[in-house]
Structure formats: C-alpha cells, structure tokens
Design a protein around this ligand. Sequence first.
Ligand code: SF4
Length: 83
Amino acid sequence: MSDADLRYEREVHGLTVKVDLDLCVGFGDCVDASPECFELNEDDLAEFTEPESVDRETLLEACRSCPVDAITARDDEGNLLAP
Ligand code: SF4
C-alpha cells in the first residue's frame, strides 16, 4: 500500500478501516471524537493520524461518530463493525 493510501486506509487492531473520500464532507466529528485517530487535511478531508495509539473500542467509536457514515471498519472476517 502506498503512503497516499495509508492516509485513508489502515490495518489496525485487527480491523481494516477506510475513509471514503467521496462521502467525507469535513465536519470533523471523527477528529473531535479522537484526534489520536483522525485529523482534517488541507482539503478538509479526514485522514489518519496514529490510530495505533488508541484502543480498538476508541477507534471504533471515532469511526461511528461520522454523521455521513464515511468511515468503515471491518474485522478480519469482513464483518462491518462501523458504522
Ligand atoms: S466525521 Fe465523517 S465527514 Fe466528518 S471529517 Fe470525519 S469522516 Fe469526514
């Protein structure tokens, strides 16, 4: 995976977490929920900061905080855990 892809897709805590850039509208709820996981970039789109630094449940809560369901998290069996 390229560095650019890692800004918006990560494998962390046994989860595959993705930000859908077509859906993200830059409200920043995910950033408010966990700035350790997400920040807004220069285009006002969410990208990862250091999601490894928080526990799995905190990461999932931040994913679920998105009002437009732009962040998905799947476990290693493909089950959708967020939103
Ligand atoms: S909460 Fe959703 S829409 Fe808002 S910045 Fe985060 S991913 Fe984008």
